[in-house]
Design a protein around this ligand. Structure first.
Ligand code: ADP
Ligand code: MG
Length: 685
């Protein structure tokens, strides 16, 4: 149950004075549905205005506030603007211009003969002062403060209306008992929660207040993780020790030896799994470093120990690819693979669920469907999560419910996640690194080509296909799914016109079976070119594909380009990656493409990407479907999350958990940031 003190904050935004149904609907478009959301909608920045007595005190281009006397309204013929003539205190003339539908509203606000205070950008037009669409019009100086918070907006919500809604929401915000450690507050000079909230909306230089609110959010996150950890500790894990029968047979059947890094990571994982508490390990390794094999060995260890294992992939496509790869690697080993995604329905799904519950499936591969409610394992011992940039508290709890004792967990990622971000996205984990690529690979040659050399590229592609090789052609990120789809479809059509039926197409909107069919044709070598949106970004493995074309490469993130490039260079043949770029590029775009040409080091690229784009975007919401933080920015996460983790730990382990006075306050914090799932651990634990 949510603490009653928070009720006013969780009321509908529509309950705020001045927020009618239309405004409420507009606010909901940017996820401001409750009073809490509006109160926590922090300003993006501040607009500063210069207050002047006369127009002559300001320069062209300045944003000013000035008192004017309205002289006349001049409608223009047809659809021209409404011009309102006015004078300043010295009688200097200025024109206020209103275009389109704004005229009626302006005429009412600026009656002839009235004195009004106007804020706007001062311009010159035909030798006269002019202000086009003043930002504010008020009856007196009090209505136009020289500093104004600027909020993120949406259609139908002006900044003024947003500010009014925020002010109304602030009035509803209660004073809450302090959950931050007193010494921490003192050290940073942080205000209390309520005061901090008012400060960030009220004054521009509110660094301490902003930090405090960011810290609150991080503390809630870290408390949730600490609760997960504590509950895991109460429920001891299960030691899984294999007898080596399956893993040794697997390795013996491989055409090549494990790399040193694979061996090391494998030993670390086996060591963890043999312990009587659940493993939490992150396996980081650049694209192509061979993570799948490491995961398979871990899963076989679980199977040897009599347990089941599950492998979670972010998309249906990748899950299917994983199944195909595992099937191939397993050969005729006595291991039963199952598959489950959102697309399995009816009988087939029932049969899989029954087999899983009966223990007739050893390894289940699939999408999020594999941890959903109603999916029961007979004995899940290990979960492997591939390429999820976040496996948050809620997901972790869902997983924990799948077994008597918490299963071991291995998370795999090709993106070198900074430790601070890993802390918030996955909780505290041990890390294994695959810092060595399998040998026998020829490095991928990367070239940047401008779009005006398309013909040359197509001729090259023709020769490539004639030599029996395959190629990917990745289409630009245009916008939403529809546009991406249109771009890919159009490109596939032009390539088909030239090369015929050897061109296959996949994009996110294609019906599942068609996607599978296209991928299968490409994997089997029946299709020579796979035109795709970024659905192929991670995981796809077709060794004969030795050319990767990325169209409008400047629109992609570096880490993303690196992932795409990692799709080739998997066989013995010399592979290349062509980054097709637009004709005009910004300096940054040039620098980024140059970086791609010059280095193949995933860590260096991730670092540069982080610098150029920011961590939030690097981890992205693209795959996880979850935003990171609403209040804390990346810099604050990096600076404050360590303290939040320590504070959360101290509170739970030393300061009496959530029972004491500060504990009660912390419970309120968890509800405020909607970590209710973690709070439930307290009861069940
Ligand atoms: P990623 O780490 O990107 O998931 P994969 O697991 O898909 O990489 O492996 C990339 C490719 O390397 C696959 O074709 C796989 O069969 C191959 N591979 C994995 N381990 C080795 C090894 N030790 N020696 C040679 N090739 C390997
Ligand atoms: Mg992979």
């Amino acid at each position: 149950m949510r603490p009653p003190v928070l009720n006013p904050l969780f009321a509908d935004a529509a309950s705020l004075p001045g927020v009618g149904p239309a405004l409420a609907k507009a606010l909901a478009r940017i996820d401001l549905t409750r009073v809490r959301d509006v109160a926590l909608h922090l300003p993006l920045g501040w607009a500063r205005w210069k207050r002047v007595a006369r127009l002559g005190d300001a320069a062209e281009g300045e944003r000013i506030i000035v008192a004017l006397t309205v002289l006349a309204h001049q409608e223009s013929a047809g659809r021209g603007p409404l011009r309102i003539r006015a004078n300043d205190a010295d009688g200097a003339p200025v024109t206020l211009a209103f275009f389109g539908g704004a005229g009626g509203y302006a005429a009412a606000k600026l009656p002839v003969g009235s004195r009004r205070v106007v804020a706007g950008k001062l311009e010159r037009h035909e030798d006269r002062w002019q202000i086009v669409h003043p930002d504010r019009i008020a009856e007196d100086e009090a209505g136009t403060p020289p500093l104004e918070p600027v909020y993120a907006l949406t259609a139908g919500v002006t900044n003024r209306r947003m500010a009014a809604a925020v002010a109304a929401a602030l009035k509803r915000a209660p004073v809450l008992d302090e959950w931050v450690e007193p010494s921490m507050l003192a050290r940073h000079g942080w205000p209390g929660w309520r005061a901090a909230l008012e400060t960030v909306h009220g004054v521009p230089d509110a660094a301490a207040a902003r930090d405090r609110l960011a810290y609150d959010e991080l503390l809630a996150n870290q408390l949730a993780w600490a609760l997960v950890r504590a509950s895991r500790r109460r429920r001891r894990g299960r030691a899984l020790q294999g007898d080596g029968q399956l893993t040794e047979a697997l390795v013996a059947g491989l055409p090549w030896p494990l790399t040193g890094a694979q061996r090391r990571a494998g030993a670390e994982i086996a060591g963890d799994m043999a312990q009587r508490h659940a493993m939490l390990r992150l396996l980081q390794g650049d694209v192509g470093s061979g993570k799948t094999l490491v995961a398979l060995i871990a899963m076989l260890t679980a199977v040897e120990a009599g347990a089941q294992a599950a492998l979670l992939a972010p998309t249906d496509l990748l899950a299917r690819q994983h199944r195909a790869v595992l099937e191939k690697m397993l050969g005729d080993l006595p291991v039963r693979l199952g598959f489950l995604s959102g697309r399995e329905k009816g009988r087939a799904r029932e049969a899989t669920l029954a087999a899983l519950a009966a223990g007739e499936i050893d390894i289940l591969v699939g999408t999020h469907a594999i941890f959903q409610q109603g999916v029961a394992y007979r004995d899940l011992g290990l979960a492997v999560v591939d390429e999820q940039h976040k496996f948050g508290v809620a997901q972790r709890l869902m997983l924990a419910e799948k077994a008597e004792v918490p299963p071991h967990l291995l998370v795999m990622t090709a993106t070198p996640i900074p430790r601070t971000l890993a802390l918030t996205a996955f909780g505290e984990m041990d890390v294994s690194r695959l810092d060595e690529r399998p040998p026998g690979r020829t490095p991928v040659v990367t070239r940047v080509m401008a779009m005006d050399r398309l013909e040359e590229l197509l001729e090259g592609l023709g020769r490539h296909l004639a030599a029996g090789r395959q190629a990917y052609w990745v289409c630009p990120l245009v916008g939403d799914g529809d546009e991406d789809e249109a771009a890919a479809t159009a490109r596939a059509a032009t390539l088909r016109a030239r090369f015929g039926e050897t061109v296959a197409l996949v994009h996110g909107r294609l019906p599942g079976p068609e996607k599978d069919a296209a991928m299968a044709r490409f994997a089997a070598g029946e299709a020579g070119v796979l035109v795709a949106t970024t659905v192929i970004e991670v995981g796809v493995d077709v060794p004969n594909a030795s050319l990767m074309v990325v169209e409008a490469a400047e629109r992609f993130g570096l880490a993303q380009l690196h992932q795409l490039r990692g799709r080739v260079g998997r066989g013995a043949a010399q592979s290349s990656c062509v980054l097709l770029r637009g004709l005009t590029l910004t300096a940054t775009a040039k620098a980024r493409l140059k970086m791609m040409r010059e280095t193949d080091d995933g860590f260096a690229i991730a670092e540069a990407d982080l610098r150029l784009r920011g961590a939030g975007e690097m981890l992205g919401t693209r795959q996880s479907g979850e935003a990171s933080f609403a209040l804390a920015d990346e810099e604050q996460v990096a600076r404050l999350v360590g303290a939040a983790r320590d504070d959360a730990r101290l509170l739970l382990e030393r300061d009496g958990g959530l029972e004491g006075v500060r504990g009660e306050a912390a419970r309120v914090l968890l509800y405020l940031f909607e970590q209710d799932a973690a709070v439930s651990l307290l009861r069940s634990g």
